[in-house]
Design a protein around this ligand. Structure first.
Ligand code: FES
Length: 112
């Protein structure tokens, strides 16, 4: 399955990257940025970010069940991914609120 159509990244690419990244002694939180960097790719439009996070989250659980990553790493990574997702959602909410404020009739009147 294609996860990122800009960079042509599949769920299998993500799985392979997660096995490498999460088996390092200093395994980082596997955010889409970390996974993309490991694949020597950069996000372009970021439209795939929600699907990428969901895919990473699901793959971490699957890799743990298959014994390819340690359960402690999996639990930490999944918990941190949930925090990352919540942070991203809050940030997007603030951006939307800021955009709404900037284009509001009140803001337009103040500028005029
Ligand atoms: S769809 Fe992934 S960066 Fe555009």
């Amino acid at each position: 399955m294609i996860v990122c159509s800009c960079m042509i990244i599949t769920d299998q690419d993500i799985e392979a990257a997660l096995i490498d990244v999460l088996n390092r002694p200093d395994a980082p939180i596997p955010t889409p940025g970390i996974v993309f960097r490991h694949l020597s790719k950069r996000m372009n439009c970021c439209g795939c970010a929600p699907v990428a996070v969901e895919t990473i989250y699901d793959k971490v659980g699957e890799l743990e069940r298959r014994g390819l990553i340690a359960a402690t790493v999996s639990a930490t990574a999944r918990s941190k991914l949930l925090e990352f997702n919540a942070w991203r959602d809050r940030l997007r909410g603030k951006e939307r609120a800021a955009a709404a404020c900037d284009s509001s009739p009140e803001a337009t009147r103040e500028i005029a």
